[in-house]
Design a protein around this ligand. Sequence first.
Ligand code: ADE
Length: 226
Amino acid sequence: MRIDVISVIPGLLDGPFSHSILKRANEKGLFEVVVHDLKKFGLGKNNQIDDYQYGGGAGMVMMIEPIESCINSLRAERAYDEIIYLTPDGVTYNQGIANELSLKQNLILLCGHYKGVDERVREHFITRELSIGDFVLSGGELAAALIVDSIGRLLPGVLGDESSALFDSFQDSMLAPPIYTRPSEYNGWKVPDVLLSGNDKLIDDWRNDQAMKRTEERRPDLLTED
Ligand code: ADE
């Protein structure tokens, strides 16, 4: 899978994509993430990418032309399944959307900045708009990093333990159960006996019960979703 990220501040994304799981996925050829500097497609000698908004008001608006040029340069190389705009007024991102997007071949993520993009970009180029929560970031880059991470770890072969992403919180609309590692007792705090029992059936039942209990206590809304 390949994800192209279009950004005004590409440097913001140097860190998140060059470590740990994503780095290994890239090295194994499973997942390619390429960040593009929108300024390279800017207009005139100053590589202008934004302008004042019609009708007045504070804040600059990202112009259509540089965005279209950047998108077209990518489309000339390959077909894209989706062009996604990251914006606080998009659909709230969740595990279901991560699962869905992880099945695609090529995605473009467009990071908003300043006031955002000219509405016509949204109308004519964007296939989906996503928000990572009800708060406003200074730009879409951190949202893009989060989305890329959550998709990348779902790709076959990316996580060491092939099955582990299946048991994450939210995969069954449930939170994950508590987990423990050695030592089995610390300061008198003991690991639940059942986990040391070696009985897989009992352990599975206990984990399911705990996942349900945790979900009921912390996120009852997940249990009423379709
Ligand atoms: N850009 C600014 N805030 C955002 C948010 N909450 N989600 C996605 N993109 C954003």
